[in-house]
Structure formats: structure tokens, C-alpha cells
Design a protein around this ligand. Structure first.
Ligand SMILES: O=C(O)CCC(=O)C(=O)O
Ligand SMILES: [Fe+2]
Length: 388
């Protein structure tokens, strides 16, 4: 019998509390820069001339139509929708996805894979279903030599939107006319990262994308447009192994707990830097242990960027337990995988069962430019604790 779903109730009408807390924290955190927004791009910080024409040391952007713009158009709240999990329809032997592959390699013993020899954009529906399942199982897969970056942007978006409506980010830069594409862009000669390291020891910012939304992303795509010669890798943490690594007693205690995730600080940080906010920010309550709809795996679902408070715990209790869980994720190199970018790489991860962090380690002020397509998935749900 399928386990009964334990309803996630956003009973604490904490949106207000989250907003007040966000205002208090924003001032302080803009100064300390613990948010990844501390090194997010802005309209005024982006040197378009260097990006379009190149600089003395760096060539122009290879994909100028993917340069970020912050058009201040306002969007309504995200609409709830019924998510269809395509991974559930997949053939688990992956005949339509991997038959033509020339190489399929695991990145580590428990996390990540690298695939060569297939073209994602040519997959049929059965192949796309298998992609969702493979990514849910491996957590993150790097597909090399892809044509995504060369497709018309709308075609790449249509491919991703098979998995769900592509999220419109509240604050990030987007290609002109494509607010559903989230851009990661550090232009040539941009010194934000080096400036950041004057005050900080590392750039690690573990998170699961936009976990504050009611229906956060599932199968998520990030593809390289331009990258540094070496470095700028992305590290993924396998949140299902992170959960399984805990003792059954501890796992059981986490079951039934819910946490508040807030997008208010991200919005407030963007406005405080003179950037935009496309939508009224939201906060939502999600279970701390969520279940994946295709694999049935349980995974930790908290992250230091967006999770604020465990519902029903006093502040010190909540801070204490969240700190333990954040440290568990950050120190757990035995359930992390560090993926390298190459020209033509599309990395696909399942945002429901992973956390990730960019690594800003390269020097020489080279450009790093990527595009993310972010289909939303189901509202996180939990299933009852089962001892192993
Ligand atoms: O820049 C990266 O490697 C990752 C950026 C990121 O967190 C994202 O696109 O969701
Ligand atoms: Fe991210």
C-alpha cells in the first residue's frame, strides 16, 4: 500500500513574521554578505561594452543574446498547478535516453554521472521521461557536447518546460524578453568576487533553488555559455544520502518537523542594491524530510540560504538544529560531487534531493556565464517514518 501523505500545512501565517525578520536581517547581512546575493550581478555593475565588444584581455561574450538585463516588469504571484512527475513514467533501463551514449560514468560512488554521446534536445517523450528518472536517481548528471546554448532560447525553454512551468525568478537578470531564464553571469573584468574575498574566506553558499516557493523546482537545467579556463565548478550535495547517514533515532525525530523558507531577504537584498523585484516575495513552510515522487527516496530539505526557522521550535532550538543539519551537509564530502564545466555542458540536477553551491575560485577576471531553466515541481510532501 502506498504510504499516506502527511499534509504540509502552512499553518503558521508566517509570511508577515518572515517579512519583518527579513528587514531586520537584510541590513546586517548586506554588510556581512552571507547571502549569495552579496555577489549577484546588477544592471549598474554589468559592463555591457566589455561583454559585447571584448576587453584588452578578454574576448566578447560568445552568446550576447544571453546577457542579463533587469527589466522592471511586475509579475503576479506564482499560480498553484498540478505537477506531473515524468520520472514515474520512465523505463528504468533507460533505453530511449542512454542507448546511443558513448560513455556513462559515475562522478562519485553515490552522487552524479557524466554522459557523452547523446543530444538532449533530440530526445523523444520517452527519453525525456527517462531523463527525469536518471537525474532523480543520480541527483545530478553532466551531459557533454550539447547544443542547448545554440538553440533559439524559446526552444531550450520548451524542452525544459516539459517538466513543469519554468520559474520566473524574482530578482535575477534574464535575457531580454525571457524572464523565465535565470542567468548566472560574472562578466570579464568583474571584481565582485575578488572584492568579496577581501572580507571572506570562501564563496560557499549551499542552497536548493528558490525553496521558499510553494512549488519549488524539480528537474533543473544549467548550461554553460562562457567559462573560465579552469575553476568555477559547481558542487552538489546528495540530500538523500545526507538523510540516510543520520541514525534512525535522529531521522525519526526529524519526521513531522516543518521549516519556514523565506524569499523576503533575497527580494530585500535586491531592492537594497538598487536592483529589481519582479513579484511580491513569499515564504512557505515545507517538511524537513521530503519524499521524492518518482524514487520514493527521502531527503533532507533545508538550506542555509532560504530556511529560516523550524516551526514550533524556539529560536535557539531552531538555530541549533538547523546549524547541525547545515554542518552535516557542508562537511559531508562523502556525499558530494564536484562537477566541472566544459563548452557545451548541460548539467541537470534534481533540486528536490540536492543542495548545490557555485565555487568562485578562478582568477584573472575571466567571464563566467550560464543559463538556468527551472521547471517547478510538486509542493514538497513527506511520508511517514519507516525504520530501515
Ligand atoms: O554558478 C553556479 O555554479 C551555480 C549557480 C546556481 O546556484 C544556480 O544556477 O542555481
Ligand atoms: Fe542555485
Amino acid at each position: 500500500m502506498a504510504p499516506a501523505l502527511v499534509e504540509t500545512v502552512a499553518s503558521v501565517a508566517d509570511s508577515n513574521a518572515a517579512e519583518i525578520e527579513a528587514k531586520r536581517r537584510t541590513e546586517q547581512e548586506r554588510k556581512t554578505g552571507v547571502y549569495k546575493e552579496a555577489f549577484a550581478g546588477t544592471a549598474t555593475g554589468t559592463k555591457y561594452e566589455g561583454e559585447l565588444k571584448g576587453t584588452a584581455k578578454h574576448p566578447p561574450a560568445t552568446y550576447p543574446h544571453y546577457l542579463p538585463y533587469w527589466e522592471d516588469d511586475k509579475y503576479p504571484p506564482l499560480e498553484p498547478f498540478e505537477h506531473h512527475e515524468h520520472g514515474k513514467d520512465a523505463d528504468p533501463t533507460f533505453p530511449n535516453l542512454l542507448a546511443g551514449a558513448t560513455s556513462v560514468k559515475d562522478v562519485t560512488a553515490n552522487t552524479g554521472a557524466e554522459v557523452r554521446g547523446i543530444q538532449l534536445s533530440k530526445l523523444d517523450k520517452a527519453g525525456q521521461d527517462e531523463l527525469a528518472l536518471l537525474v532523480a536517481q543520480k541527483k545530478v548528471v553532466a551531459f557533454r557536447d550539447q547544443d542547448f546554448a545554440d538553440l533559439p532560447i524559446q526552444q531550450a525553454l520548451d524542452f525544459a518546460q516539459y517538466y513543469g512551468p519554468s520559474h520566473i525568478h524574482q530578482a535575477s537578470g534574464a535575457p531580454k524578453g525571457f524572464p523565465r531564464v535565470h542567468l548566472v553571469h560574472r562578466g570579464a573584468e568583474d571584481t565582485t568576487a575578488t572584492d568579496y574575498f577581501k572580507e571572506h574566506t570562501n564563496s560557499t553558499t549551499w542552497h536548493s533553488d528558490v525553496s521558499f516557493e510553494m512549488q519549488p523546482p524539480g528537474t533543473t537545467f544549467l548550461y554553460l555559455l562562457d567559462g573560465p579556463t579552469a575553476g568555477g565548478d559547481t558542487v552538489f550535495s546528495n540530500m538523500a544520502v545526507a538523510y540516510r547517514r543520520l541514525s534512525p533515532e535522529f531521522q525519526q525525530r526529524l519526521h513531522g518537523l516543518k521549516a519556514l523558507h523565506s524569499g523576503h531577504e533575497q527580494a530585500a537584498n535586491a531592492l537594497a542594491r538598487g536592483s529589481i523585484c519582479r513579484r511580491e516575495p513569499v515564504a512557505n513552510v515545507h517538511p524537513i524530510v521530503r519524499t521524492h515522487p518518482a524514487t520514493g527516496e527521502k531527503a533532507l530539505y533545508i538550506n542555509p540560504q532560504f530556511t529560516r526557522r523550524i516551526v514550533g521550535f524556539k529560536k535557539e532550538e531552531s538555530d541549533y538544529l538547523l546549524k547541525f543539519l547545515y554542518d552535516h551537509i557542508a562537511y559531508g564530502t562523502d556525499f558530494q560531487a564536484r562537477l566541472k564545466w566544459e563548452k557545451g555542458t548541460v548539467i541537470v540536477w534534481d533540486n528536490r534531493v540536492t543542495a548545490h553551491t557555485a565555487i568562485l575560485d578562478w582568477e584573472g577576471l575571466e567571464r563566467r556565464h550560464l543559463a538556468r531553466l527551472t521547471p517547478q515541481a510538486e509542493r514538497p510532501f513527506e511520508t511517514p517514518f519507516e525504520s530501515n
